[in-house]
Design a protein around this ligand. Structure first.
Ligand code: IMP
Length: 194
């Protein structure tokens, strides 16, 4: 399947930048849903990341008829039984998620602060319906550090740095979204016959 244009079911500038960087070698132009004229905000009421990714993809596909990718992602913290998980975006008001998480983990020992970001990307076209997954293992730190990235990046430690202290390239190389996108990249490259 050769495609030269994809709509990403998001208007999040950070996600768009990450996706464009990874898919650009394939010569695929990635439009935001706004650029594609779709104003969708479906209820993300799926049971897991892949359900939610497909719900978002379907809404934009129905509005545009163009090939769509949609991602759903979140942070799963072991000491919280996997929370906030699929509820990561609604866990706290924007900008307060890190502080709330640090509060919930107060007194939790180092070895119990393990967590992972998960990402599922759905691809939906007139002939395809697939999902691609990625994860990134880390730990929740004790304070917010760094100014790059978004969401939980300032408290998510990979080695001795937070995700918000990594450059965009460094984050793409290890992130859950980077991993899922590389799966998608490989699939699109192979199926385009290149
Ligand atoms: P989504 O847009 O429904 O996938 O929401 C996922 C939520 O998980 C975001 O709003 C962030 O709070 C969090 N999240 C997902 N990916 C990342 C990341 O790469 N860094 C930091 N937080 C993330």
């Amino acid at each position: 399947m050769k495609m030269n244009k994809l709509v990403m079911a998001t208007n999040n500038a950070n996600k768009l930048r990450e996706v464009r960087e990874i898919l650009s070698p394939l010569g695929i132009k990635v439009l935001s849903q706004q650029e594609a004229g779709a104003n969708c905000d479906p209820d993300e009421n799926g049971a897991d990341f892949s359900d939610n990714a497909m719900i978002k993809a379907k809404a934009v596909y129905e509005a545009t008829g163009l090939p769509v990718i949609a991602d759903d992602s979140g942070l799963c913290v072991d000491a919280l039984g996997g929370r906030p998980g699929v509820h990561s975006a609604r866990y706290a008001p924007k900008g307060q998620e890190c502080a709330k998480l640090l509060g919930e983990l107060e007194g939790v020992a180092d070895e119990k602060r393990t967590a992972r970001f998960r990402c599922c990307i759905a691809l939906l076209t007139d002939t395809e319906r697939r999902t691609f997954e990625g994860k990134c293992e880390g730990r929740i730190g004790y304070e917010e550090r760094g100014t790059n990235g978004f969401g939980y990046d300032p408290v998510f430690m990979v080695g001795d740095r937070t995700m918000a202290e990594l450059s965009a390239d460094e984050k793409n190389a290890i992130s859950h979204r980077g991993a899922a996108l590389r799966e998608l990249y490989t699939y699109l490259k192979e199926s385009s016959g290149e």
